[in-house]
Ligand binder design. Structure first.
Ligand code: SF4
Length: 384
């Protein structure tokens, strides 16, 4: 059982969290980070944290630095009250030359807005006490790729200051959460089956649960029929999807538009064979790397119970969409690159898009517009 200690800024709780094996080794790379998370991304903070920052006692210079960093949003709500105004380099004005945060180094972790305090960690306390770090952080990906071992999980006692939602989720819902996740994660890590087939098996499980959440998991038919690759179909759909995300996110545009122009200028099947072969040569274990990224992402996002989707069908579309999006962009980006750092860079960027731009809702709508959300269509798409 955890200890819960009330405090002025929230509730401090010291609990046993379920964490992935790499978690204990995580520490931020600071100035060594190639694409720091303090750069280029819209970050908002809630009203109570905004006023807390404006009321803290500090020296005049830091006060001015804080005032330059946050501005209230015109359409503010209590949850999204103010945003960080990036400087001309696209960086948070509180970012120091050594890669650390001015606020943190002068006043300690306590005063940081929660988004800055915990990123890239994602503590969860409703269905279960769980914590992991997000794939949008390059250090996380580096840790994931250090070995080809399956990700395992362990309990660690961690102190985090977050509001607890005690009683919000009922005991029987927690049991279902745990049994479904254990079942689908076992499927995802079954390396005797190809990764696209594992994704389809998970789809079969959760689509069945959409009909009846109490379905006996062991009785679900997990057979997968052979599916023929249809690369022109995949690329026609993905070009529209990727273009939409690029248009909405100007700061990733230079990074991704190059991929689109390359693919436009070659017969698609020929281009695909070339880039797929190249990826297999430079990263022979890429299927394992995708498996580990998906495992970490699904664990982090409480799949298939994440709050941003309405049902398990949307969860399945999210899973296929995340795989498709990251695979499509990595194949294109890696075509003339060969280092693991390059792969980490494109994947961290892709997962930032997934994390910051309501990916689950948008991918569902984008694929729906192209009549591509049926099980059969998704099965064809993920053969990329
Ligand atoms: S992306 Fe990760 S390693 Fe890089 S600055 Fe952010 S937390 Fe640190």
């Amino acid at each position: 059982m955890g200890e819960i200690v009330g405090s002025k800024s929230g509730i401090s709780s010291k609990n046993e969290y379920l964490v992935p094996d790499y978690y204990k080794y995580f520490s931020c790379k600071g100035k060594e980070c190639r694409y720091t998370c303090c750069s280029g991304w819209k970050v908002t903070i809630p009203m109570n944290e905004y006023f807390k920052l404006h009321g803290i006692t500090c020296n005049k210079k830091l006060r001015e630095n804080i005032d330059r960093t946050f501005r209230t949003l015109p359409d503010f709500t209590p949850e999204r009250y103010a945003e960080i105004i990036h400087n001309s380099f696209g960086e948070c004005p509180l970012l120091l030359a050594n890669g650390y945060c001015n606020l943190h180094s002068q006043l300690g972790e306590e005063v940081l807005p929660s988004v800055c305090r915990y990123y890239p960690r994602g503590p969860k306390v409703d269905y279960a006490f769980e914590c992991s770090t997000t794939n949008s952080c390059e250090r996380t990906l580096e840790l994931l790729f250090e070995t080809d071992d399956l990700i395992s999980f362990e309990k660690r006692r961690i102190e985090l200051k977050i509001p607890l939602s005690l009683g919000k989720v009922k005991a029987d819902e927690k049991l279902i959460y745990e049994s479904v996740r254990t079942f689908v994660f076992k499927i995802l890590q079954d390396r005797t089956v190809s990764l696209p087939d594992r994704i389809l098996k998970i789809g079969k499980v959760i689509l069945e649960l959409d009909g009846d959440i109490h379905t006996n998991l062991l009785e679900i038919d997990l057979s997968i029929l052979p599916i023929t690759k249809d690369i022109p179909y995949v690329y026609q759909i993905m070009e529209n999807v990727a273009s939409w995300f690029i248009e909405k996110n100007p700061n990733i545009s230079p990074f991704f538009s190059d991929i689109l122009s390359y693919l436009e200028n070659k017969p698609i099947e020929e281009a695909y064979l070339e880039i797929e072969q190249h990826l297999s040569e430079v990263l022979p274990n890429h299927e394992i790397m995708f498996e580990k990224m998906l495992m970490n992402n699904l664990f982090f996002r409480q799949f298939p119970f994440q709050e941003f989707t309405s049902n398990f069908e949307e969860e399945f579309v999210y899973l296929c969409g995340a795989y498709l999006f990251t695979r499509y962009l990595s194949l294109g980006y890696m075509r003339d690159k060969s280092s693991i750092d390059d792969f980490v860079d494109i994947m961290a960027r892709s997962f930032r898009v997934i994390a910051h731009f309501r990916f689950e809702r948008n991918i569902f709508q984008l694929l729906k517009l192209q009549n591509a959300i049926s099980y059969e269509s998704l099965a064809k798409l993920i053969q990329i």
